[in-house]
Design a protein around this ligand. Structure first.
Ligand code: UDP
Length: 236
């Protein structure tokens, strides 16, 4: 298979791991993702992954319920570790080696993250799953994945979502919304589109990390994006 990207940072939202459930982890969904990921590693792509934690806990929501914000964010970061372990387990079950890294030291749950260790793991054919986002409160895993993507020198950040790209408006609410094939970081900002938070978008722009948004819930789409099929939206 011809691949247009050699090293990718794949961002998966925590919510997408819920599948049809209202909370937590849907094992079927995790297995579907693991299968898609294994397929591209076998095609020779080096894969780093950052997973969110919104299916379990979000710091902002916690703060609105009276939790201390920093503790709430730490709870959210721990949620990303739970999701990362689930994905690593599913990958290993399929015979695809994976290694969980943690931005906060919590050995032996994962190895304390470093750029070089993560690259080393990918070169060995392991999927490098980077948990805890940035490791600091007041950030999101979108920013965590932008940061890690830049650090490990990924060709692109692939943002797997439930919709098939970036639209002029929310396609679930506005039937006249149209999809962009390509859009600049600045146009996202000027149009006020909610693709990622501003911190993540600006960081990607300033460091020239392209973002490719696509629907990861359609099986085979990850391979199609990697093969260069015209799918999703590229942010440049
Ligand atoms: N979080 C954090 N710092 C980070 C990344 C995440 O404090 O660098 C916390 C934050 O509370 C966030 C939660 O972890 O709400 C889960 O991450 P996120 O909301 O990005 O998950 P997603 O929306 O992708 O499921």
């Amino acid at each position: 298979m011809k691949t247009i990207y050699k090293r990718i940072l794949l961002k998966l939202s925590g919510e997408s791991l819920m599948g049809s459930q209202g909370y937590g982890i849907d094992p079927q969904r995790v297995n579907d993702y693991a299968e898609q990921i294994k397929e591209i590693v076998e095609a020779g792509v080096q894969v780093a992954i950052v997973i969110g934690g919104g299916n379990i806990f979000r710091g902002l929501k916690g703060a609105s319920q009276g939790f201390d914000r920093v503790k709430g964010d730490q709870m959210g970061m721990l949620a990303t570790v739970i999701n990362s372990l689930a994905l690593a387990s599913a990958l290993e079950d399929m015979g695809q080696p994976a290694q969980v890294f943690t931005a906060i030291n919590m050995f032996p749950i994962g190895e304390h993250y470093s750029k070089w260790r993560a690259i080393e793991a990918m070169k060995q054919g392991k999927v490098a799953i980077m948990s805890c986002g940035t490791g600091s409160p007041y950030f999101t895993t979108d920013t965590g994945s932008t940061l890690r993507g830049i650090e490990v020198e990924a060709d692109v950040m692939l943002k797997g979502t439930r919709v098939d790209g970036i639209y002029t408006a929310d396609p679930e609410k506005d039937p006249t919304a149209t999809k962009f094939d390509r859009i600049s970081y600045d146009e996202i900002y000027n149009r006020g589109l909610k693709v990622m938070d501003m911190t993540a978008t600006v960081m990607a722009r300033d460091n020239h990390l392209p973002i490719h948004v696509f629907n990861m819930d359609v099986k085979g789409n990850l391979r199609r994006v990697i093969a260069g099929e015209n799918l999703g939206t590229v942010v440049y």
